[in-house]
Design a protein around this ligand. Structure first.
Ligand code: PBG
Length: 335
């Protein structure tokens, strides 16, 4: 709608439609529903383990049995989907745990799909949690330092995605940011008979300080260097559109912008340009900031959380990945 159109029909008293909660609800342009939420879960081995993540109050590393409990709770509140991250017992230089048939994520997928068939199980496809060095690809050490190798990493990523699909994952979500990984994963899935498994690609994923608490949760902090040679650089918006275009060309079914709140302009442009099913990832730092401020009594957690998620919806997110998913679904059910 152009501004000249808006100017032709001036509403002199916009407050008329703000008088009651019922009126405001009726004219609300954007709505948030539990149907749009995805809950990330951190899965580890053992039983009866709920290991609190210090920097993320309310978030835990969960053993399989506790993962199931958490998923049941979320699903009962109306959250349709979870996103799984694995914390393996052992890490190595080729991320073996990422694609092991009996790896932690593969086990969790099997359990959740068996016990909760209606739950959508999305798996994060990456190598960093399984690499001894914590990088998202294979590392080559040379005289001037370390390089993250692109093409050799694709095979491992494709292998990981295929093993998740084999275990029964409904959607695979590559978060590594290697070039060409969507195509490599699509080809491998098709070859293995998983033509119907969709890819949700972390297409515009920025190198971000907002991931700090996640690295505690997933124990995936790089041992040296940082992720700036593969994740995107914060100043670049046009490049984000090119990254998304590439992933769509390579076969992504859904795309993601991450982080969410500091990148709403990207989200808006991505949705406007491509019209694809678009997810926003409200990342760990966004969650922890709200929790910390709320714990100090500085902000109202519910009001601020809802306002942030609504802003993501307004900017164009169809799907929101948030650590608050269960809580938000409960709030939405109350009104
Ligand atoms: C793994 C991955 C990360 C996140 C999702 N997948 C960490 C990173 O890239 O360092 C971050 C999620 C969050 O902060 O909530 N590559």
């Amino acid at each position: 709608m152009s501004s000249s159109f808006l100017g032709q029909f001036p509403t002199l008293r916009p407050r008329r439609l703000r008088q009651t909660a019922a009126l405001r609800r009726m004219v609300a342009e954007t709505r948030l529903s539990a149907d749009q939420l995805v809950l990330p879960l951190f899965v580890r081995t053992g039983t009866k383990i709920r290991q609190p993540v210090k920097s993320m109050p309310g978030v835990f590393q969960l053993s399989l049995d506790e993962t199931l409990k958490e998923a049941i709770q979320a699903h009962t509140q109306g959250v349709p989907a979870v996103l799984l991250f694995g914390i393996p017992d052992k890490k190595d230089a080729k991320a073996s745990g990422a694609y092991a048939a009996n790896g932690i994520v593969q086990k969790a997928v099997r359990l959740l799909k068996k016990e909760l068939p209606t739950l959508i199980v999305i798996t994060d496809v990456c190598l960093c949690e399984y690499m001894e060095h914590g990088h998202c690809g294979i590392v080559h050490q040379h005289a001037k330092g370390a390089r993250i190798l692109n093409d050799p990493s694709l095979k491992l990523l494709a292998q990981t995605a295929a093993s998740h699909a084999e275990a029964g994952a409904d959607i695979v979500a590559p978060s590594d940011m290697m070039d060409g990984r969507v195509r490599a994963i699509r080809e491998r899935l098709d070859k293995d008979g998983f033509e119907d498994t969709p890819i949700l690609s972390y297409a515009a994923k920025f190198a971000s300080g907002f991931y700090g608490p996640f690295r505690d949760a997933a124990e995936s902090t790089p041992k040296f260097g940082d992720r700036r040679s593969y994740q995107m650089d914060a100043p670049n918006a046009n490049e984000a559109l090119r990254e998304v275009a590439l992933d769509i060309q390579e076969g992504a079914d859904m795309i993601m912008v991450k982080p969410a709140l500091a990148y709403l302009d990207i989200l808006y442009r991505v949705k406007a340009e491509f019209g694809y099913p678009t997810a926003a990832y409200a990342v760990s730092g966004e969650y922890s900031m709200v929790k910390a401020a709320a714990a100090n009594g500085w902000i109202d957690e519910r009001a601020v959380t809802m306002e942030m998620l609504l802003a993501m919806r307004r900017a164009g997110a169809d799907i929101i990945i948030t650590y608050s998913a269960t809580q938000v679904a409960q709030w939405l059910g109350e009104k």
